[in-house]
Ligand binder design. Structure first.
Ligand code: UD1
Length: 428
């Protein structure tokens, strides 16, 4: 549980360091199952619970995973085999085990994955239809997913929605073995691009051949390689919003600006002041520059798959809209019912409501009153933290381990800008 007491805060200017992206690290780590040779991954957010869960999962598939600071070395200790499926690691990304092992093992049985319960169920029909189009059979029974490769063949598949996980799973499946595969209406998030870049550095033949199209020529085997995990654009957005809320000069670094173009447009349209400076190797830093007298303007935003505004950032944007001068609307077109943060922010006294998939935020009231909140998933949890930081009194945030699934070392990082979060060990 987190305790955030407004009387103990001493907000200051400072720098917030952005970790490697969880959503890039998870598919890259799991892709090492395709590779018999040693691989090295740098800038891995190893303190995030989802990343640790994935590393534990790899060890069950005969991988030795060792850590030195944020560098992770993965090495094969025995030939790849499917363990008895008695593991229940709480990450939805265990689903990618299928794509990265099925062609070698031909039969894979995994427990139904966990992960963020951010909307009403998280269907896996696109994964299943894609595998079927590529010659596999997938059955779900008694909490398990059984995958069987029936035949080796070429495949072409159009996703009904550009699902990030399904795109990654199908690319992983198509990468090794034989055949030519095409994915239409696929996701093209930067995290997928970085997984593809890593696999290509290992000898894979994966190309983006259209706006939402991937073409993959399977190769017999892959060699070992290394990758540096890209900065987490969602953590960066969380920190930029924090800087705007606190109206301090907060530097957020490193970032890759073109991963966040739409967010920068939104900040500009809200009249949130910031400046971007280039660093090196394609990295930049952003300095938030709003001061007390600045008035933020309301916005109307809809989330959509990349390059659109990310669904993962809408709970945090909702909090920023609480400080805008009027009514904002945020529509989530990616997930149905992703609005857990709304009821939590209401407890603080915020004028925020949800109707279907549209969140309405009336930003006319600026000061909120502390309450007991609950982090139901990673992003609604960080929205609770942001809400608590603009509230008077002592806010308790239960279930804070949800936040730590996606934010590493949050307390120590935020101390750099005078924020004090007391972390109390508790099972709630
Ligand atoms: C990934 C991200 C998550 C982000 C999401 C959307 C990781 C580890 N997680 O999750 O942070 O919020 O992308 O950007 O990278 N869908 C189906 N059937 C399927 C698969 C998905 O209907 O088989 C639907 C989902 O219910 C959802 C939408 O498609 O409404 C997008 O989901 P998807 O892109 O698959 O999200 P994840 O890959 O799970």
């Amino acid at each position: 549980m987190y305790i955030i007491d407004s009387t103990k805060q001493d907000f200051s200017n400072g720098t917030l360091l952005v970790s490697g992206a969880k959503n890039a690290a998870l598919p890259i780590l799991v892709s090492s199952l395709l590779i018999d040779h040693p691989c090295t991954f740098k800038n891995v957010p190893i303190y995030q619970l989802d990343v640790l869960a994935m590393c534990r999962l790899l060890t069950r598939f005969n991988k030795r995973v060792s850590f030195t600071s944020s560098t992770v070395d993965v090495q094969q200790t025995a030939s790849l085999s499917c363990p008895t499926p008695d593991w229940v690691e709480d990450t939805r990304y265990s689903l990618l085990i299928i794509g990265s092992t099925l062609r070698k093992l031909r039969n894979v049985r995994i427990p139904q994955p966990g992960g963020c319960r951010i909307s009403s169920g998280r269907p896996i029909d696109i994964h299943i239809k894609g595998f079927e189009a590529f010659g596999a059979r997938i059955q779900q029974e008694n909490g398990y997913i059984n995958a069987t490769l029936l035949e080796d063949r070429d495949g072409e598949f159009e996703l009904s929605f550009p699902s990030v996980g399904a795109t990654e799973n199908l690319i992983l499946f198509a990468t090794t073995g034989s055949g030519h595969f095409i994915l239409h209406n696929a996701a093209v998030e930067p995290e997928i691009e970085s997984m593809v870049e890593f696999l290509n550095s290992c000898g894979a033949q994966i190309r983006q051949t259209g706006q939402r199209k991937w073409s993959i020529d399977a190769v017999k085997s892959l060699q070992g390689s290394s990758a540096t995990i890209i900065p987490d654009r969602i953590e960066a957005i969380s920190f930029m919003i924090l800087g705007a809320l606190l109206r301090r000069n907060i530097e957020v670094t490193p970032i890759i600006t073109h991963h966040m173009d739409v967010f920068f447009e939104i900040l500009s349209s809200m009249k949130v002041a910031f400046d971007i400076e280039d660093l090196h190797s394609g990295l930049s830093r952003v300095i938030m520059q709003s001061s007390d007298g600045d008035v933020f303007l309301p916005v109307n935003v809809a989330t959509s798959p990349y390059p659109g505004f990310p669904t993962d950032a809408q709970p945090m944007l909702s909090v920023l809209c609480l400080q805008a001068n009027g009514i904002s609307t945020i529509e989530d077109t990616v997930f149905i019912g992703r609005a857990d943060h709304v009821s939590q922010l209401q407890k603080l006294g915020a004028d925020i409501s949800v109707d279907g998939n549209v969140i309405k935020v009336n930003g006319c009231r600026r000061v909120f009153t502390a309450e007991t909140l609950r982090a139901n998933d990673i992003r609604s949890g960080i929205a609770c933290v942001l809400g608590a930081l603009i509230s008077e009194g002592r806010t308790l945030i239960e279930n804070s381990q949800q936040i730590e699934r996606g934010y590493e070392e949050l307390g120590p990082k935020l101390r750099q800008v005078g924020i004090r979060i007391e972390r109390v060990s508790s099972r709630i």
